[in-house]
Design a protein around this ligand. Structure first.
Ligand code: ADP
Ligand code: MG
Length: 464
């Protein structure tokens, strides 16, 4: 256990500190046997969501039924609305899987977030087009634009969908229950812009499609960022709840909304008291359980709960704390990444975080090692649990694993947490045959969500 794994050894620790670390290791290091049980339940939940609406895994039809070939050319436009920024993009496809993007970022104003969102977005589109002399005149055809909208939407066609609720700090009255494409299209019309919202796209679906343009074998798109979620190509015959016409490709991209996994009974994920404390104080208690153990918004806070638990037993910083360390969310997940890579003998980086950022002076080398072990444990559990969704989704279409496939992934956790990709991939390999695993390529699809929306707008306009 802790003592035999050098990553969790704390040199100079007291017996009580050793014992506390042992307890954490037993809570946070998940065995393959434990993961196998969670994977099985994840598969069951996927089947349930394919059969009916309103289940834990929503398995939302995206209305995207094609795969790009990779030889498409031309320029297309997209809007990517996140919680803090709006990006407007012009995406140029070179016909050989190559993509050039030109984009402009607009910070959402407080007024936009609480009142004028869609007029604000239309204004940004107008600025982007006018600055580049791209505004279509009355003689020209309208511009088709793809709209990446990463809030829960019940999609009703490729370019319509009703907002279920706002999340991530947005709260614009009069939008819930209405078609967000209609709201945006009306705002664009008010400015007299010849711009047509051709596609409404979840960020995971965009990530998948941007990966698929570069590599047509792409089967799955994943985000490990502020939150976590994934999309994949499913055989429509398996989508039992689907009442629409069968697409000629026989496939459709589904948005799993996997962050919600295990939220109804809390029966399978490895909840510790530190997770439960976070959940209780979160804005959405008993929701998004899987997301809360995996994604960037939450991991720093789990680590903070652990560190305070240790401090309260005088096993960390001799029981001292600070106003900053006492405040919720004061440990950003990026600090865990910095601590986990710190290999200096005095753990200088960790010292900076504890003493400067968190404002607790005089850390001992033992304190710094404890901080690093906690960071490593929380990050490693995240990477191992990520593999659960990846394995369950890939095995859902096991027939595709007989040939090479690509998985496009975006998000800061995947990009920056040290070893995230290798731990996740290694864990995935334990649940597949060596032949199946050899066929999988994991690739970074950086900022793919906006690019993918432009590609979907392209696919839609080709079919008109
Ligand atoms: P989004 O999901 O909103 O598109 P990102 O993919 O950039 O954004 O993820 C942002 C999240 O990642 C934040 O919760 C942040 O705390 C976390 N994060 C930022 N930098 C790092 C890092 N170096 N290591 C781990 N997590 C990080
Ligand atoms: Mg992102």
């Amino acid at each position: 256990m802790a003592s035999s794994d050098p990553r969790f050894a704390v040199k100079g620790a007291s017996p009580a500190q050793h014992q506390a670390i042992e307890t954490l290791v037993s809570q946070f290091l998940l065995t393959d046997e434990r993961l196998a049980v969670i994977i099985k339940e994840f598969r069951r939940r996927m089947e349930e969501g394919l059969a009916a609406d309103g289940k834990v895994l929503k398995m939302i039809p995206s209305y995207v039924t094609q795969r790009p070939r990779g030889d498409e050319t031309g320029s297309y436009f997209a809007l990517d609305l996140g919680g803090t920024n709006l990006r407007v993009l012009k995406v140029t496809l070179d016909g050989h899987g190559g993509i050039k993007t030109e984009h402009q970022k607009f910070a959402l104003t407080e007024e936009a977030k609480s009142r004028t969102l869609f007029d604000f977005i239309a204004q940004c589109v107008e600025n982007f087009l006018d600055d580049r002399n791209l505004r279509p005149t009355g003689q020209q055809p309208p511009i088709n634009i793809g709209f990446t909208f990463s809030y829960p939407v019940q999609q009703t066609s490729i370019n319509s969908g009703t907002l279920v609720q706002w999340t991530k700090g947005l709260n614009v009255p009069g939008c819930v229950g209405r078609d967000v494409v209609r709201l945006l299209q009306d705002a664009l019309l008010r400015l007299g812009l010849r711009v047509k919202v051709a596609a409404l796209v979840n960020d995971t679906v965009g990530t998948l499609l941007s990966a698929a343009y570069k590599d047509p074998s792409s089967q799955m798109g994943i985000i490990f960022g502020t939150g976590t979620n994934a999309a994949y190509y499913e055989n429509v015959n398996n989508l039992i709840k689907w009442k629409g016409p069968n697409p000629s490709s026989g496939e459709m991209v589904l948005n799993i909304e996997w962050g919600a996994f295990d939220s109804d009974d809390f029966g399978f994920l490895p909840f510790t008291p530190h997770d439960i404390k976070l959940d209780r104080k979160s804005l959405n208690p008993r929701k998004q359980a899987y997301e809360k153990m995996i994604s960037g918004m939450y991991l720093g806070e789990i680590a903070r709960n652990i560190l305070l638990w240790l401090a309260d037993q005088r096993l960390f910083l001799d029981g001292r704390s600070s106003e900053i360390l006492n405040a919720m969310w004061s440990i950003d997940t990026s600090y865990l990444s910095s601590a986990a890579v710190d290999d200096s003998s005095e753990l200088i980086e960790v010292q900076q975080i504890i003493e400067k950022t968190l404002n607790v002076p005089n850390s001992s080398l033992v304190d710094r090692q404890v901080f690093k072990v906690v960071s490593t444990l929380v990050g490693e559990r995240s990477a191992r649990l990520s593999a659960v969704g990846v394995v369950a989704t890939l095995l859902k279409r096991a027939e595709l694993l007989d040939n090479p496939i690509n998985v496009g992934i975006d998000g800061s956790m995947f990009e920056h947490y040290p070893g995230f990709e290798s731990i996740m991939a290694e864990t995935v390999s334990h649940f597949l045959t060596p032949e199946q695993f050899k066929n999988i390529n994991f690739s970074l699809a950086k900022d793919g969500s906006g690019v993918g929306a432009a590609i979907i707008a392209m696919l839609v306009s080709e079919n008109q």
